[in-house]
Design a protein around this ligand. Structure first.
Ligand code: HEC
Length: 90
């Protein structure tokens, strides 16, 4: 029983880590053509979910290529990402 629970938690954790890594890669890929990611990294941990959503929306109107779904993945990632986040800030 404990083994099953342990394995399950490990899997959940692994998929969370994986989801965050792929969101970070998506952000790095779509958010770096016009300006460096430093501009984004400087602000990690300093904005609420609402403000990030507005920022991403504004970037889409600036010309960033993101579907609505990708835009919410990126906004969610930016809200929880820690300063110096791997994949995005290096
Ligand atoms: C098509 C070009 C382009 C792309 C792609 C782009 N940006 Fe921007 N970004 C701009 C321009 C132009 C400015 C300065 C004007 C402004 O703030 O709207 C800017 C400014 C910023 C700023 C500083 C202003 C602020 O709100 O503090 C942040 C943060 C930012 N971008 C984040 C992002 C993120 C996150 C993405 C990916 C979703 C992204 N950018 C993709 C063009 C782009």
């Amino acid at each position: 029983m404990f083994i099953v629970v342990g394995l399950y938690s490990l899997l959940m954790l692994a998929s969370l880590v994986y989801a965050q890594a792929s969101a970070a890669k998506l952000t790095a890929e779509r958010c770096s053509p016009c300006h460096g990611t430093e501009r984004i990294c400087d602000r990690l941990g300093k904005r609420t979910a609402d403000v990030w959503q507005q920022t991403v929306k504004r970037m889409v109107s600036n010309g960033a290529k993101l579907t609505q779904e990708e835009a919410s993945t990126v906004s969610e990632y930016l809200t929880i990402a820690k300063p110096g986040s791997k994949h995005l800030c290096k």
